[in-house]
Design a binder for this molecule. Structure first.
Ligand SMILES: [Zn+2]
Length: 278
């Protein structure tokens, strides 16, 4: 476990590195969760992945062939605030002039503050005064960059739109390796559907949900050249577009995250087959 920065309210930003040191440099899977405060099941998914990798003997191969970096909570201040004050809080807790908080997933320095983000401080998708104005997004970008040359898969975990998204978010255009991104996302979605009958949509971020600029995923893909970069939007509770989709009954959480872990294994197999030295 390693600190990679401190939040606006001086909470620790923590990552977990699961690496097996050896002579061979292994491909790395990078996972971040909890960049949006109210999406509570996302950090739960990250913790579930960590538990499976470290505690379940059947998953031993997953950490032998591939290295992992998992960041369970990018936005600890917002997460805390969503517990203590406002359950539907999304941004970080940076003090503003009229309203507080910046949407960290609109604050990355790639097509920053274009379509799909707001320059209005009180908006829940406020992009900030400048790219990387926030300690959390800046610290996350530094870790992504540090490991970029080894990172073969980047996953940003969110809730609750029930889809697997890939670049681009900032434009309706498709990415250079659209076919590969689409095929891999479809494999994952099919696996999850087969065990759960829960249907995850697959597509580019902009075409499937809406245009979004300044996201961590677009930045990892577009600036750090991590060619397999996805956003996992976990299962929606009650299948609504209302805010109650974020509020999942505790008894359902284990089902959702364990089903998606089967999808994570599909991602892993793809990365291992494509990149690891046999
Ligand atoms: Zn989100």
């Amino acid at each position: 476990m390693e600190d990679f920065g401190v939040s606006y309210e001086r909470r620790r930003l923590v990552l977990l590195k699961i690496v097996n040191f050896g002579r061979i440099i292994k491909p790395l899977i990078f996972i971040e969760a909890g960049i949006h405060a109210r999406e509570w099941v996302a950090p739960a998914q990250a913790l579930f992945i960590i538990h499976q990798l470290l505690e379940v003997p059947d998953n031993k191969e997953l950490i032998e062939k591939v290295d992992w970096i998992v960041i369970p909570l990018v936005n600890p201040d917002g997460y805390e605030y969503s517990h203590s004050v406002d359950r539907m809080w999304r941004k970080n807790r940076a003090k503003g002039k009229t309203c507080d908080g910046v949407d960290l997933n609109r604050n990355f320095d790639f097509h920053w503050s274009q379509h799909g983000s707001s320059d209005y401080e009180c908006s829940s998708t406020y992009a900030g005064v400048s790219a990387f104005s926030e300690p959390e997004s800046l610290a996350l970008s530094a870790v992504i960059k540090r490991y970029a040359s080894r990172t073969k898969l980047y996953l940003s975990i969110h809730t609750a739109e029930q889809c697997i998204l890939f670049p681009w978010g900032y434009t309706m255009e498709v990415a250079e390796n659209d076919l590969e991104l689409r095929q891999l996302a479809s494999l994952v979605a099919r696996k999850v559907y087969n065990i759960s009958k829960v249907e995850y949509k697959v597509g580019t971020s902009a075409q499937t949900l809406n245009i979004v600029s300044g996201s961590s995923r677009d930045w990892a893909y577009g600036v750090c050249n991590i060619s397999l970069a996805f956003t996992i939007e976990l299962e929606a509770h009650l299948n609504t577009r209302h805010c109650d989709r974020f509020i999942m009954p505790p008894r359902k959480i284990n089902k959702v995250v364990s089903e998606m872990f089967e999808g994570i294994k599909v991602f892993y197999t793809f990365i291992k087959d494509k990149y690891s030295v046999h």
